[in-house]
Design a protein around this ligand. Structure first.
Ligand code: PDD
Length: 283
């Protein structure tokens, strides 16, 4: 069976799928995206992701290319056509195709692409059991990273810098030395049995995994605070972890080669992973 993608209203063989050379996503990163985790062929936290997609579109004044109720149908179709069991679906909307001009085109139609893939079996659990290492890097992104835009060059550079230093993720530092978030995840520490993560603002993406974990923690009555933290807090932390649709809850065992706790996957990461999976919505 060959892979299929949804491209501007049609299902096309993945290897033959194409977009126009003057798509504004390609020329200006003028578009937005969402990544949906798929578990057991079901979409994880669909409502949260679709709400954020609509918010991103609204903030950038991009019209939805399809009816709002059709998103779920097409995502499910990609899951079915590609026989995705556990994996992800990537959905991208751009302002569309127009002759290159910075101003919004008057008559373009927004473009949509949906692709999906399976992740190798046990990929998540194997990574979870090892934990990940993090490198800090300056946050050089634009000032509206609450919008999930295609403008991803700073996180690309940060993730590569982390990889060049033997790490799986970069934690980004604001001008005052506080962590904003990961290059493609939200950042958390645990100190004195309290979970700490940065409050939502235009300096971070309001992660759907983050929101689900926060509501799950409150359901089980776990102590949680939203506040900024810096490298000194990290040095004193008992545990650290990241959250995202691709990593769920993923333990961090070292930051800048400084061990977190005893440098092994800790009990809270294990507990929060279980709590998170208990409360996710699958649809
Ligand atoms: N990234 N912060 C940033 C900068 C992100 O790019 C992401 C997700 C998150 C976590 O958000 P969520 O829990 O809704 O996935 C936080 C996706 C996975 C990506 O770009 O591949």
């Amino acid at each position: 069976m060959s892979r299929e993608a949804f491209v501007n209203g049609e299902y096309i063989e993945y290897i033959n799928s194409k977009v126009h050379i003057e798509d504004r996503g390609y020329q200006f990163a003028d578009g937005v995206y969402e990544v949906f985790a798929i578990l057991n062929s079901k979409i994880v936290d669909y409502e949260g992701h679709i709400k954020r997609l609509n918010r991103s579109l609204k903030e950038l004044k991009i019209a939805s290319p399809i009816q709002k109720k059709s998103y779920k149908f097409h995502i499910n179709e990609i899951i079915k056509r590609n026989i995705i069991q556990d994996g992800l679906v990537y959905l991208q909307v751009t302002r569309g195709v127009a002759s290159r001009d910075f101003k919004f085109p008057k008559n373009s139609k927004s473009s949509i692409v949906i692709i999906g893939k399976n992740t190798p079996s046990n990929y998540y659990n194997n990574n979870f059991n090892k934990g990940i290492k993090v490198k800090t890097a300056k946050d050089i992104r634009w000032k509206r990273v609450d919008i999930k835009s295609l403008n991803l060059l700073p996180p690309v550079l940060a993730k590569q810098y982390a990889a060049d230093n033997g790490c799986e993720e970069a934690w980004l530092l604001d001008d005052d030395g506080y962590i904003t978030e990961g290059s493609s995840s939200n950042a958390w520490i645990v100190k004195n049995k309290t979970v700490i993560t940065r409050p939502v603002s235009s300096s971070i993406l309001n992660g759907i995994t983050r929101s689900t974990l926060i509501s799950s923690l409150s359901k089980v009555g776990y102590k949680f605070i939203e506040r900024k933290f810096n490298i000194n807090d990290i040095k004193d932390a008992d545990e650290a972890f990241i959250t995202s649709a691709t990593q769920f809850v993923m333990p961090v065992i070292a930051v800048n080669n400084i061990k977190i706790g005893d440098g092994r996957v800790g009990e809270f990461s294990q507990l929060f992973k279980e709590i998170y999976f208990k409360y996710i919505s699958l649809s």
